[in-house]
Design a protein around this ligand. Sequence first.
Ligand code: AP5
Length: 222
Amino acid sequence: MAGKRAFIFLGPPGAGKGTQAKRIAKQLGVPHLSTGDMMRDAVARGTELGKIVGPIMQAGQLVSDDLVMKMVEQRLKQPDCEAGCLFDGFPRTLPQAEGLDKILERGGFGKPVVVDLAVSDDKLLRRLTGRRTCSVGGEIYNVYDAPSKVEGVCDNDGGKLVQRADDRAEVVNQRLAAYHRQTKPLADYYRQQGVLQEVDASVSVDEVSRALGEIVKRAEGR
Ligand code: AP5
């Protein structure tokens, strides 16, 4: 990858950030850093962090900026982030975005490439309530639109498919409210810096991947 670059996928819950980040991070050869995945892992392992963030996530609220920033800063010190990384679900508040700017500057990164994956709320409920995730490799499915070949079993590694605790309809509404209140304003923050690109993420997974692939190519000057 040309230069040391951070890619940021913004967008509401269910926009397809995780689905696309898995593909694009592979293409870029950089790690996919999902703050949601990191915290779900902490919850599953029963760590101190997991005990704090578990109930907050289950209620569909955002975890405090302080905890999130510490976790991200630690992760960025790992050698696999030396060439860059792709953030999924981070930053999510203005203080997180401002904190990340400082970290990137200190770390010698260029300006981030920020992509807003836009989908209207009415499509998101179906995507989220239908989502199933492999408990082994993290592959993402959807019982309505992208089912596994055998119900409940991952096509890739045979892992059990599970539903996230925060994908129940009542929690999804809280998550959408938190998104509109705290995260949506970040599009303006990055637009003002001249680094925001928007992608229509309401179309098929492959079409979204193609649009993102073009953005990545342009960012790398290919
Ligand atoms: P997090 O894990 O980040 O969840 P999220 O942002 O709510 O996003 P999702 O993972 O739900 O959706 P996605 O956009 O990745 O969609 P996906 O690709 O899976 O956060 C969870 C919680 O952790 C937060 O509520 C908060 O508590 C905490 N948290 C995390 N980060 C934080 C931070 N920085 N600060 C504070 N708190 C934080 O796709 C969804 C479904 O749609 C799948 O079934 C998929 O198959 C399907 N799909 C995807 N693309 C398409 C398409 N184009 N067409 C049709 N279906 C599609």
